[in-house]
Unconditional design. Sequence first.
Length: 561
Amino acid sequence: MEEAPKSLNFIEHIIEEDLSNGFLKKNLRFRFPPEPNGYLHIGHASSISLNFGLGLRYSAPVNLRFDDTNPAKEETEYVEAIKKDVKWLGYKWDTERYASDYFQQLYDWAVQLIKKELAYVDSQTSEEMAIQKGTPTEKGTDSPFRNQSVADNLSLFEKMKNGDFKEGTHVLRAKIDMSSSNMLMRDPIIYRILHKAHHRTNTDWCIYPMYDWTHGESDYIEQVSHSFCTLEFAMHRELYDWFLDQVYDETKVRPKQREFARRNFSHTVVSKRKLLKLVEEGVVSGWDDPRMPTISGLRRRGYTPESIKSFAETIGIAKRDNVVDVSLLEFHIREHLNKISPRVMAVLDPVKLVITNYPEGEEEWLDAENNPEDESAGDRKVPFSKELYIEKQDFREEANRKFFRLKVGGEVRLKNGYIIKAESCTKDSDGNITEIQCTYDPKSKSGSGTEESLRKVKGTLHWVSIKHAIASEVRLYDRLFTDETPDAHKDKDYMEFINPESLKVITAYVEPSLKTALPGDKFQFQRLGYFNIDVDSTSDKLVFNRTVTLRDNWAKLQQKN
């Protein structure tokens, strides 16, 4: 049976319409244009999937272009991190570009604007220009420098370029319309003076083009056919078109800009400025802290490219901004990890369990299935002995009939092992249980095929042999913010909603098969959740990150709705 054709999103409809109207498919070209002023986050992942996905769909090239127009905030570290993230997601770009590659061309075009009396050097202060620009309901007033001679403007602009002036003393503005209803069209700044070294051009330039002047013109230089931006740039489209009008050659492709909704996510922030503050103030350990919504943070936490791309496909492309519940992202990582993760046993909050009738000093190695979702995963051996660890919450001295775990007088099966019965327990002076005494049924071994082994009990517990267990550091991560929309409050700062319980570090005990695990390896700790080996792990110390719990909050949320 053939699959139903996938419905097109509104951006694909735009491209299809252009093709049907005669635009040549061979001229299709897309781009992903990040600013290298921070690490990419989960919102960028949607944009990456959109642009590179279009490239795959239409067999068209996709450029990776860094819009590096602000040397005060941009670093090579960010460039390399962005490239790593895009590669990790599984995408390949056609060419690697930089807006800084076009500084000379942009400067030459700016000189042309001056000569055509479409740009002028303004020597007002920023405060004066702000007042003179007017308001959305009041027209602006012309700058006293607006009708300065072409010769004076060319001379001043060259001196700006040569570094003859201090920062803030002069800017180059486009001469458009001070009465426009679009505030961006009221003689926007094209160049400003910055005496700062650029991560690629060093100190070659003392003036730097503004983002709005650079972005659309860079698309044109690269012959990008379709330029997709988030909705906050919708008002900029008129300005981009005006800039293009001044340099456009009809023999070339003219980029078409269209906007899609930015995705916001619950219990987090995606502003790079706000994420940087979390890093600088030590709220997190860095941009790749597993609590961060950055792609590098998600990668370190144990997320997979497949889960992120699947998530991006599910939320799709929209025309209105909205908040996506992070539980949906967690749903997608559970779905993927369930298929690929070996099952292992680990105890996070241990209490000692002694099988009193198990032979002293004896041990045996039990067969354990690695992944019931993957027949090719095979089996492994896990050691069993007289003294074990189980989870404290899996035992109660007394419990009602609905408690199907271990209680005095009750029976449970140990995963891959035997049926045990709790006989008694030992407590310390504060009443805390320190040891559980049990007996086991030697004939109840899992997989032995005996009638006793087939006997059903309602509870099955995970465990580890104390003699063989590996003490490990486990980092239990939770939401970084307690509020669903931490940066949407007018009267409170988003930092006020930092979750003090977002990271809990414990010592846990894991089965010995994990001794050779490597950073990045992923596992399901049975009954507990999905975990991966952190980059901090060494040959002497295993460090695990909890990627996500087993509980599926998204499915429950859908049921409520």
